[in-house]
Design a binder for this molecule. Structure first.
Ligand code: DOR
Ligand code: ZN
Length: 347
């Protein structure tokens, strides 16, 4: 197959940032995705309904006028979050989820929750309202090996939470392991997962063989090949529990190429091309649309997009960098290399 037309996708997990970076990246998501669940890990975090609405306005102002793009906002759960704020969020048409960062787990997570097992009143409110809880699923315990943090989180945190709140609507974000795939499969239909394109395309060798490659460093970190295979099987299975969430996470070149570089891969510039490549390599192009464009809306209770996007098998070169307004450079995943597919919105 050298060409396919699918419904326009949505990105169910993306970092659009703020200020100069927002201006640099917003168009990339908007030119491929009709909607996107926007992560709230700004500094300070987007923790209230009012903050989410003002962030939404800044996003809309940064998106070029020709795109029909709808940012779906999220709130960052802090230890100060109140039940009343979550109740207000559930009633607000622009807010679609709440994000749980274990404090210290990843970029800008310091204001997150130190003990996710100590926020029962908040979880009870989410279970009551049906507002989805999006989870960064890694323990932060320094004694746990970084490659085991996701599996440990399932055992220590997610399992007990779902025993106490069996009707909680929950997305385990950017899953990276066989353990997470199996866990999600065992739960009710209220529990789903997003999978990134980079975790479908690469294992940890991409980051560590022949030199340390900081643009492949993200969290949860890339895992071994057997885990990548499990993710591919899940993503291409058609199971409604698995859907697209790029976790595109732009950082400046200086912050990535550093003695202590930030976690995050910038993939939004070619999100759909990268997913298409992964599905093509697996011989599963026929399952692409379900994963990118149908399962996500179904989980969030929204209609799938009516607009279409065309994918053509055509090699294109990835720029070495994208400029940002403040002279810092943004290095995309695969900078200077090639993409095997090209996406174009046909409306
Ligand atoms: O690689 C990542 N980057 N993982 C995250 O969880 C956060 C993200 C970011 O905000 O940079
Ligand atoms: Zn993320």
């Amino acid at each position: 197959m050298n060409e396919l037309v699918i419904r326009q996708p949505d990105d169910w997990h993306v970092h659009l940032r703020d200020g100069a970076m927002l201006t640099a990246v917003a168009l990339f998501t908007a030119r491929q995705c009709r909607r996107a669940i926007v992560m709230p890990n700004l500094v300070p975090p987007v923790a209230t309904v009012a903050e989410a609405l003002s962030y939404r306005d800044r996003i809309l102002a940064a998106v070029p006028a020709q795109f029909q793009f709808h940012p779906l906002m999220t709130l960052y759960l802090t230890e100060q979050t109140t039940v009343a704020e979550l109740a207000a969020a559930a009633l607000n048409p622009f807010i679609h989820a709440v994000k749980l960062y274990p404090a210290g787990a990843t970029t800008n997570s310091d204001r997150g929750v130190r003990d996710p097992l100590s926020i029962d009143p908040l979880l009870a409110e989410l279970e009551r309202s049906g507002l989805p809880l999006l989870v960064h699923g890694e323990v932060v315990d320094a004694s746990v090996d970084i490659f085991d943090r996701e599996a440990q989180f399932i055992e220590r945190v997610l399992t007990p939470i779902l025993v106490r709140f069996p009707n909680l609507k929950l997305v385990m974000e950017h899953i990276t392991t066989t353990d997470a795939v199996n866990f999600v499969l065992e739960q009710s239909e209220q529990v789903a997962a997003t999978i990134t394109a980079h975790h479908l395309l690469y294992n940890r060798n991409a980051m560590l063989v022949g030199g340390i490659r900081p643009h492949y460093y993200c969290l949860p970190v890339l895992k071994r090949e057997s885990h990548r295979q499990a993710l591919l099987t899940a993503a291409t299975s058609g199971n409604p529990k698995f859907f697209m969430g790029t976790d595109s996470a732009p950082h400046t070149q200086a912050n990535k190429e550093s003695a202590c570089g930030c976690a995050g891969a910038f993939t939004a510039y070619a999100a759909l091309e990268l997913y298409t490549e992964a599905f093509d390599q697996a011989g599963q192009l026929a399952q692409l649309e379900v994963f990118t464009s149908l399962n996500g809306p179904r989980f969030y209770g929204l209609a799938p997009n009516e607009t279409r996007i065309r994918l053509i098998r055509q090699t294109q070169r990835v720029p070495e960098f994208f400029p940002t307004r403040d002279t810092e450079r943004l290095i995309p995943l695969r900078a200077g290399e090639t993409l095997a597919w090209q996406a174009e919105l046909i409306g």
